[in-house]
Design a binder for this molecule. Sequence first.
Ligand code: ZN
Length: 110
Amino acid sequence: MGKDGTTKLQEEKDTVSAMIHIYCKGRHGTADGLCVDCQELLDYADTRLDKCPFGVDKPKCSNCKVHCYQPEQRERIKEIMRYAGPRMILKHPLKAVGHALRGKGSRRVP
Ligand SMILES: [Zn+2]
């Protein structure tokens, strides 16, 4: 195991990346990788995470009090999370379960 903080940050980045991929494939019909818009948003999200004032102790972005996203990107990320959230359970069972445990509702996963 490396430094705990970097792992957590990386985990958040992986989750965002996975969700954007699911969304882009489902909504934009991208077969491989991401379309230009989604790639741009992913880069943006990565940059926000790198510059997060909470650093390694950051809460999940969805619970964060500091709204560091610009309104437009924020709306897009929210839409992506709404779309990809439920689908994460199928594609990334472990990540989805981890999210459910850390989140407020404890949804049962069959
Ligand atoms: Zn896309």
